[in-house]
Design a protein around this ligand. Sequence first.
Ligand SMILES: C[S@@+](CC[C@H](N)C(=O)[O-])C[C@H]1O[C@@H](n2cnc3c(N)ncnc32)[C@H](O)[C@@H]1O
Length: 300
Amino acid sequence: MLEDALHVPVMLQEVLDFLRLAPGQIIVDATLGTGGHSVEILKRITPKGRLIGIDRDENSLAICRQRLSQFKDSTEFVHANFVDLDQVLANLGIEKIDGIVFDLGISSYQLQDAQRGFSFQEEGPLDMRLDKSSYISAYDLVNNLNENEISAMLWNFGGERWHNRIAHLLVQERRNEPIATTKQLANLVMRAIPHRYRRSYYRIHPATRTFQAVRIAVNRELEILESAIRKAVDILRKQARICVISFHSLEDRAIKHTFRALKADGLIDIITAKPLTPDPSEIEVNPSSRSSKFRVAERI
Ligand SMILES: C[S@@+](CC[C@H](N)C(=O)[O-])C[C@H]1O[C@@H](n2cnc3c(N)ncnc32)[C@H](O)[C@@H]1O
């Protein structure tokens, strides 16, 4: 059962190679997920190495405590937002690290759990919180933001072309009853898009961009990226590396700009002038890796 829930790690070999792992190192996995990157990192840094695994999602941490139990003397699992990285490491008494990986977004483990509300293909409550202790859910945003705010959210975080139409229909519909489930939202998006575009414009499901936008807004995913990357670079030992895997252009752009600014400040060298993408062979085995982009920088 545990095996079925596991997320297939994306660009794993690239992460392992670019981190230049060696026994005894201290490595941070800022987005532990179900531990796909971490398990392979641990094999290369133990004995004596230490892995700090951070996730906002308690369920993912619970899976990793079980899955990585053979490394329990070499791991620290921390329930936190990676934007608080400095605090997390200070609490552990760690001043410098030998590498860090961010694998952004959500895992297939979270996507497949209908009760989390991330998937438009499964009926579930409109939740989408990575951290279930956080206050605002997708339900709150979708049912309380005004039409302009919803429209802006869909455009800014999803690049959704029909943002105005979707926002308009949504506000009309919720007068009758709240938009409470994933299917309700997905069906509404479908109806808001002009008939002739429902198939041709979207190679992906028409609700994909809306769901991405709402998830990013609920978890404030873009706002924290720059700050988290700056904190990570601050704590890297000289010549240690930061690896970031992102899944959509908004994230990749934020990473690119942050790396450029840090380079201009003389803090890093950029190792990947252009983002790396997965090999066709990886995409064939794991189609959800297809939109990933991988950037690496080195502390100087
Ligand atoms: C794509 S998955 C990582 C998968 C992992 N590399 C693996 O191979 O199993 C992203 C994970 O990061 C977590 N996450 C997303 N944003 C976060 C944040 N700001 N702070 C901490 N964890 C976060 C999610 O809960 C999710 O478990």
